[in-house]
Structures are given as structure tokens and as C-alpha cells.
Write a protein that binds this ligand. Structure first.
Ligand code: MOS
Length: 693
């Protein structure tokens, strides 16, 4: 490590120079000979059928090579994921659904061609509005993640009725969009019956399975490469329509094709966080100790595929109490299909639960940090299993110390200077510890170097850097002697970068392969034979084994806000998080994950909003000019710390996931700080001036 690296707490990203020099290539930047460009045509009605398509004007546009529609597109096998069933039939299940693809010599030609495709629709009445009393609401079999939709323990109804203190509150969260820096893109090329796809994805192995199935070829004939990916936040966690369209168009034209989605298309075709309506009821004694927790969530999905944001699930994890009910209901509407967005479930669920905890603190007069400490537990309330480790209390205490919480005046609405009101707030954070089986290989080269391979995906997190560290530690060599190969299905198969499980899953296999190689090398007196020496690892049966512990990361987030009573503007003055996430493997990249999540949570609280246009049935905010992701000026002081946590029940590295927990505490911490500032409780983020005034 250089001095600067030591100061930052970890090696810098291996691809950092390539990226800042513009040499790192992303999916749309591969330029195979004869490459064409595909531009999809989104439907402009919210529900109906294609009555007719006229492509003659589009075909007359200079440079246009082909126009694919449901009438002439290659016939593929039906995908398991119905959001990928593009250009198969005349059905339009929501506005923005793709109805054609124009393929042309340049992106400009394709765009002009797409504008010239004439589609006549038969429209049907559409319904895109989620209401808490929607007659179509039903209880699904499961919420996302395989969680039971409804869980009940004890007698929550009676416990709530008997509770000396009752907090009952409704919170409403609108839809949100992932908006990664790099919009979704793929470059497809068929050669000798095999497909090579450069895709902007969080997991190439899953994309390979999907495409092999749809195109009826063996998985060995499909190679998916994702060398560099400009973010995903869940929206690239599964194969998306652009990949299918690129492969389809390349097959149809016999030439390589790039499909790079315009950002304004993303809102409808790559998923979003569904809106959620929350009713939280907390029963407690006068001392703030909980007797009952009830969290009911109403959400909506599309008519294409059921996805139920599991927002009541964190209430099954957080606080000890004997009586609880957590439930989800959902309705299918004529909207784009929701999907994963950073901490699906935990992000909206913890907003509601941690806001209600703040309301309980107000109702009982117990300090919000102390209230959470009083309700701490060493067993997961819902399952009764002991936590493998639970650092919540330590995070709350350490956060309070670093933030300067002590001596805080609890009275809301009293800190006014000029027209500006100031307040501070706190919220807990949590995210489950997940891992999936992975393979990896490690090879000792005769020149003294090591080659370590796994199809991990680096979506901007620093995955290849951290994996090289894990390999080097297991091998007992400096990281510089490890050549890390990731980002292709030609490498050992691996799960996606998602569920905050990438490093744990890939690192587990890397660690195993490298440990075995180190042992064999030691046995051989450290001598590498001329042909090299290799070890493969596969963590199936271990990384996915059932364990008797509840495994979660925890954290505490503190916020200070200033609200302008004249303009209604809320400025975030400080955001400070302390996390307990096992062993931190690289302080530099971990800090970026934590603070990145917290900033995304600040967006959820203050600026980000995707509203549905009721008449047209699609999202109104479709670009970064309208969908306000926080910029640096919005987050002047964001700090992340962690406590040292030793947990032997995780994986060989002792790490918990860190990609998602950062977003889970920040929104409620900011909302609670805003209540402390204003003296009024707002329950519908984002807290924009119109709501504050
Ligand atoms: Mo993340 S929403 O698990 O990619």
C-alpha cells in the first residue's frame, strides 16, 4: 500500500486509472466489425393492443437496416420472466412497453427510424393508482425474497388494545427509480451459432441462462461479458429487455448490434421501487418498552409479473416484543413492473418503522437513542433464533458519541435562527446477511504470480480490488502478485452482485481456492511446476447451508437538518452513520458503499420522486433533470464509521454485506430530524417545500 492508500484505509480500485482515463470499456463501447445500433420503440398507451404497425416510413430512413416488431421478430422460447417477452405478441401491458426495434447504421439513424414507426393501438381503460382500499388488493402467497406475506405472533390485537401507550401512524412512500449512472446497454454478436453479449448487468451467469433458454442454444454457446458496469442498484440484477433485443436483432440482421437504452426509457422497462402505504401500530409501556408491533404494507405490482416489496419484513427483525403482526397486500395495476431497488423491503420498511419509533419516543418522552436501546434483543423476535452478532446498541452509542447527541434538547420546533429551524434525528439500520454458492479458481504461475478467476461483477463497488485482497491474504502474498479476472461467464460461475452478498459469495470461493493452493504449494516446498499449479473451489452446500443463527448487519444513522420556514426548503446539514457489518475488508471501498447508501437514503427523504401520470399511465420524472438524485451540494457532510465486529458464523472472511444497509436508516433519521426542527410530523417523503410549508 502507498501512504495515501494507508490513509484511506485500503488499496485503491484496480480499475480506477482506466476509468478516469476513459479507457475502461462499458457494454455499448465494444465495436465489433459491422456493428449496428438498435433503438426500441416504447408503447404510448397504458393498456391495449397493437392494431397495426406500419414500418415503411422507418425503413425509408437513411441507414435503417431493419425494423423488428411482433410480426417479424425471431420466434424465441417464452422466458420465465415475462418482462422479457418483448416483440412476441400484440399485447401492451403498460405504457413504455417495447413494441418495435429499429436497427440502423448509427444511433442517430436508429433514433430517426424509431420516430418514424407508426403504431395504431386499440386502447383499453387503464388503472394505475394505488389506493389503500383498492378492490383488487389481495394477500400474496409470499412477499419478495420468499418471506411469508403475513406473520403473526402472540395476540397483537389484544396487546395493542391494552397498551398504556399506543402509536398509530400511516406513512406513504411513492415509487422510486434506480437510475444508475450508466443506462442499460448490451452489444450482441452471433458467430458460428454462438452468442457473445457484452452486457451492463450485475450478474452475467443469470443473463446467460435466460438467453440460452430463449434462443434455444446450450449455455456453453453463450458468453456474457460485463467487464465494467456503471451502477445498477438492483435494476441490472436480472436480464433486461435490452439484452434480449440486442441478441434478437443481431440474429435477425447477421451483424453485431448494440442496444443502449435512452435514460428516459428506463422508468418503464428496468424496474423501480414500488410505492408502499404503511400502517404502523406500536404498543408500549410508559417506559417505551414495546409490547406489540404491527406493520401492514399495501403495495402494487404490474399485470406482467408479481413483485411484492417486502417492506414489513424488517419489523420481524428489529425489536423484541411478544406480540406482532406483519402483513403485505398487493394489487396488480397497468403499470411498469416493479423490481429490486437498493434494499428492497428494508429501505421503505425501515423508513416507516423507524419513524414510528420516533413517534413513540415523542409520546413517551424517552430519548430516541435510549428508546431503541431499551427495545434491543439478542434473539430475532420472529424466528426466536439467536443473532450471530448484533451490533445495534454499539452503533447507537458510538453514533451518539460521534454525532454529539448528548444534551440534545428534545423539544421540537424551538431551534430557530432567522427563518431557519434546526433539528436532529436518529434511526436504526439493518440488512440481512446473505450469500450464494460460487465457484472460483486460483492458479500459481511459474513466474511467481497468481491468477485468480471468478465471474464476479464490479458494478462500481471495488469488487475486483477486494477479491484480490481476499486472495492475497489466503495465499499469504502481497495483493500486487494476484492477477484478478472477473466479469465474464468464461470464468468460474458466480452469483450476481446483489443482496449485499457479492463479496461474501465470491470471496468465499476465492478464499477456499487460494487456501487450498497455498497448502499444496507449501507441501511442494513453494516450488511451482513449469505447467503451473491450480485449484478450483465450489461453495455449494456450504454458502447456502441452513444455520441456527439469525444473521443481519445493523447500524445507526444520525441526521441534522435545517428547514427554511419561508421557502420550505430542507437542507441536510449532517448525516452520520455507524455500522456493525462484520469484518470490513477494505476501508476505502466500504466507506464509499456506506456513504453512497446514505446519500441514496437522503434522496429518498428529500429529493427523489417518481410520480405516475394518471391519464397517460406512466412515470412523469424520466430523466435526471426531473428525478432529483442528490448532488454533492445536497450532502455537504456525510460520514460513515463502523465498529469492529467479530462474528465466526458468517464466512471465512468474517464479513457481512455493506451494499444496502446504508440506505436503510437515513430516510427515517432525516424525517425524524425534520420533525425535531419543525414540530410537525410529515409522513410522506420526499419532504419537498410544498409539504413543509
Ligand atoms: Mo441489490 S437491490 O440486491 O442489487
Amino acid at each position: 500500500m502507498t501512504g495515501a492508500e494507508r490513509a484511506a484505509g485500503g488499496p485503491e480500485r484496480r480499475e480506477a486509472r482506466e476509468k478516469v482515463a476513459g479507457r475502461a470499456r462499458y457494454a455499448a463501447e465494444y465495436r465489433p466489425e459491422g456493428r449496428l445500433h438498435g433503438r426500441p420503440v416504447p408503447a404510448v398507451v397504458a393498456r391495449g393492443r397493437i392494431a397495426s404497425v406500419d414500418v415503411s416510413r422507418a425503413l425509408a430512413v437513411r441507414g435503417v437496416v431493419a425494423v423488428l416488431t411482433h410480426e417479424n421478430a425471431p420466434r424465441l422460447a417464452a422466458p420465465q420472466d415475462p418482462t422479457l417477452a418483448v416483440l412476441r405478441d400484440d399485447r401492451v401491458p403498460h405504457r413504455g412497453w417495447y413494441v418495435a426495434l429499429v436497427v440502423a447504421e448509427t444511433p442517430e439513424d436508429a433514433r430517426e427510424g424509431a420516430a418514424a414507426v407508426e403504431v395504431v393501438y386499440e386502447t383499453e381503460e387503464h388503472d394505475v393508482v394505488l389506493r389503500p382500499d383498492h378492490p383488487g388488493l389481495y394477500t400474496p402467497e409470499e412477499a419478495y425474497g420468499g418471506y411469508p406475506a403475513v406473520r403473526e405472533r402472540g395476540d397483537p390485537g389484544a396487546a395493542l388494545a391494552a397498551a398504556p401507550v399506543l402509536v398509530e401512524a400511516d406513512y406513504r412512500l411513492g415509487a422510486l427509480h434506480n437510475h444508475p449512472m450508466e443506462p442499460h446497454a448490451a452489444t450482441a454478436e452471433w458467430r458460428d451459432g454462438g452468442l457473445t453479449l457484452h452486457d451492463s448487468t450485475q450478474g452475467g451467469n443469470a443473463v446467460r441462462e435466460v438467453l440460452a433458454g430463449m434462443f434455444g442454444v446450450h449455455r456453453r454457446q453463450v458468453t456474457v461479458v460485463a467487464e465494467h458496469v456503471g451502477g445498477g442498484f438492483g435494476s441490472k440484477g436480472t436480464a433486461r429487455p435490452h439484452a434480449v433485443l440486442a441478441a434478437m436483432a443481431a440474429l435477425h440482421t447477421g451483424r453485431p448490434v448494440t442496444v443502449a437504452l435512452p435514460r428516459r426509457d428506463l422508468a418503464a422497462v428496468v424496474g423501480h421501487r414500488a410505492p408502499t402505504l404503511h400502517r404502523v401500530r406500536l404498543g408500549a409501556g410508559p417506559d417505551g418498552v414495546l409490547t406489540a408491533v404491527e406493520h401492514e404494507v399495501v403495495t402494487r405490482t404490474s399485470r406482467v409479473r408479481e413483485f411484492v416489496e417486502q417492506a414489513a419484513v424488517p419489523a420481524r427483525v428489529m425489536y423484541g416484543c411478544a406480540h406482532s403482526r406483519t402483513a403485505h397486500r398487493v394489487v396488480a395495476l397497468d403499470v411498469p413492473t416493479p423490481s429490486w431497488m437498493r434494499a428492497p423491503g428494508e429501505a421503505p420498511g425501515m423508513y416507516a418503522l423507524e419513524s414510528a419509533m420516533d413517534e413513540l419516543a415523542s409520546a413517551t418522552g424517552v430519548d430516541p437513542v435510549e428508546l431503541r436501546l431499551r427495545n434491543d434483543t439478542d434473539r430475532e423476535p420472529d424466528s426466536g433464533r439467536p443473532f450471530s452478532s448484533r451490533g445495534l446498541a454499539a452503533c447507537l452509542r458510538e453514533g451518539a458519541r460521534r454525532f454529539g447527541w448528548e444534551g440534545r434538547d428534545p423539544r421540537p420546533g424551538v431551534r430557530r435562527a432567522g427563518g431557519v429551524l434546526t433539528g436532529t434525528g436518529v434511526a436504526s439500520a439493518t440488512y440481512p446477511v446473505l450469500a450464494a454458492p460460487s465457484r472460483a479458481s486460483a492458479r500459481a504461475e511459474p513466474d511467481g504470480g497468481f491468477r485468480v478467476a471468478v465471474n464476479a461483477t464490479d458494478i462500481g463497488t471495488g469488487a475486483r480490488t477486494v477479491l484480490a485482497q481476499i486472495a492475497a491474504e489466503a495465499l499469504g502474498v502481497p495483493p500486487e502478485s494476484v492477477r484478478m479476472e472477473i466479469g465474464s461467464t468464461a470464468l468460474p460461475a458466480a452469483p450476481l452482485a446483489g443482496g449485499s452478498a457479492g463479496t461474501a459469495s465470491w470471496g468465499w470461493a476465492v478464499h477456499r481456492a487460494c487456501t487450498r493452493l497455498a497448502e499444496r504449494l507449501a507441501g511442494a516446498g513453494g516450488r511451482v511446476p513449469p505447467e503451473g499449479m491450480a485449484e478450483d473451489a465450489d461453495t455449494r452446500g456450504e454458502a447456502d447451508a441452513e444455520v441456527p443463527w439469525a444473521r443481519h448487519a445493523f447500524g445507526a444513522v444520525f441526521a441534522e437538518v435545517r428547514a427554511d420556514a419561508v421557502t420550505g426548503e430542507v437542507r441536510l446539514a449532517r448525516l452520520l452513520g455507524v455500522f456493525a457489518a462484520g469484518r470490513i475488508l477494505n476501508a476505502r471501498t466500504a466507506r464509499a458503499q456506506f456513504t453512497g447508501g446514505m446519500v441514496m437514503g437522503a434522496g429518498m427523504a428529500l429529493t427523489e420522486r417518481s410520480s405516475i401520470d394518471v391519464r397517460f399511465g406512466d412515470f412523469t420524472e424520466r430523466d435526471l433533470a426531473a428525478y432529483h438524485v442528490p448532488v454533492s451540494a445536497d450532502v455537504p457532510d456525510v460520514r460513515a464509521y463502523w465498529i469492529e465486529e467479530e462474528d465466526p458464523h458468517l464466512n471465512p472472511m468474517g464479513s457481512k454485506g455493506i451494499g444496502e444497509i446504508g440506505i436503510t436508516g437515513a430516510p427515517a433519521a432525516i424525517g425524524n430530524a425534520l420533525h425535531h426542527a419543525l414540530g410537525a410530523r410529515l409522513r410522506e417523503p420526499p419532504f419537498t417545500p410544498d409539504k413543509v410549508l
